[in-house]
Design a protein around this ligand. Sequence first.
Ligand code: IRN
Ligand code: FE2
Length: 560
Amino acid sequence: MGTRVSTAPTNSGLTTGPIEGSSKQYLDVGHLRVPVRRIHLTNGEHLDVYDTSGPYTDAAADIDVERGLPRVRDSWARPEPVAGASTQLAWARAGIVTDEMRFIAAREGVDEELVRSEVAAGRAVIPANHRHPESEPMIIGKRFAVKINANIGNSAVRSSIADEVEKMVWATRWGADTIMDLSTGADIHTTREWILRNSPVPVGTVPIYQALEKVDGDPTALTWEIYRDTVIEQAEQGVDYMTVHAGVLLRYIPLTARRVTGIVSRGGSIMAAWCLAHHRESFLYTHFEELCEIFRRYDITFSLGDGLRPGSIADANDEAQFAELRTLGELTRIARSRDVQVMIEGPGHVPMHKIAENVRLEEELCDGAPFYTLGPLATDIAPAYDHITSAIGAAMIAQAGTAMLCYVTPKEHLGLPNRDDVKVGVITYKIAAHAADLAKGHPRAQERDDALSRARFEFRWVDQFNLSLDPDTAREYHDETLPAEPAKTAHFCSMCGPKFCSMRISADVRAYAEENGLATAEDIERTMAEGMASKSAEFARAGKRVYVPLEPVTGAGDPA
Ligand code: IRN
Ligand code: FE2
């Protein structure tokens, strides 16, 4: 096992090198090089999967954090502005297929025209600031693979800048489609600069957080001018999408008074404090058109914030939440009329029976703009397991049409996530997103399930590990009880032991059927039944123990 590199940071402090069993490949699409992760199987086959990890998993890449990633998009064609707008939305509406759209079509395995028409209709967005040429374009929309976002960033207890870059590299290694830098505290500008110059995925921010730093944490001291200048500062650096809590209106704030958990959104609470202190309408709302002009110049995508999202099961789907959503719909129309791309942020904490209503209303009120939700947590009773409580809601809401899921880590509500928490959060959300892709019939989703199932049925253990979302942990769990190399080809694992492996019994049944020339479905069924009956008799004879004592693996092949 000398090839295990995926968890070892290199000298630069970054985790580089291929994921176990995979190599980085590029598909040549005209002058575009579209990355895929090729998983190599022991039977000579391979499977190419969507790859978010950028050059970091390319064994041949020469990574230098100080220099940043190659500015790939700089050499791509930039179409002429359409009526003054150089945005993917403007181009899509004018019938132009951009290089970004072409790249995305190849990545997703869909037609270019689907990409263009969904962007033109506002049902999908491509967050790609002109000033972030290092990024590999991706699309967020319900007709495409469900995406996940990982939040990184320090709070008052700060880590070093290199640590923040490593968090981004680490999150995208495991499959984060975008990352949001939610840093607060010192060095916010420099941290973001390093992340952007080294990020192969779109980067999002919440500019109100930095604006608040500039007024020493006093929300009432915020002004439109301070906020605007912060947005421009971040736009110049290349931030691809920004959360703007412009739907928190003065008159909605009283609607939260009787809630169990009030306003839980950071940005929402900052804006509510400002509105109440000045008794004026939010400057984000009153200056929204000016904001659109800035966003249009760089092609920044709005992520209209859910400042009034429910923070508990009790508050789900209440008046405050849906009043804000209606305003987000109004703002969506304003942004789109200026050729600015928009997605809509959603909850939060919602019990399962109230999830579908969220998607239905969002699509109706916001004219089909992509929905981007934070979970939602399907119950409040499991702190320390909120990656799971939220992945339940996330899978359901994604199946119902949500385009991107903001991950939740096991530390949610408890503390700042560490490296392991980030990985667990990302993998958990990949599961939710992929489960939804399968349910929605995304063209390529099932390929990987089928490949893994075949490997499992044929006892190709190494292939089973490598096809999984987290090969390292799968291998580690297997090796905990059967560490010897021959166990990697054994026709059982320690869960059922050699005698009671159902996969092996069915393989035996198939072999028996073949040898005896039994070919019809009925024959096979009868043979299966006989096989099962004989195994059941064997089970009874053996003393009806479900857990059999472990037997040491003695040699290669089938030891039983
Ligand atoms: C996603 C959906 N709803 C909220 N989010 C994310 O939560 C958003 O994208 C950003 O990362 C974070 C903003 O949190 P506050 O400021 O709304 O608490
Ligand atoms: Fe919460």
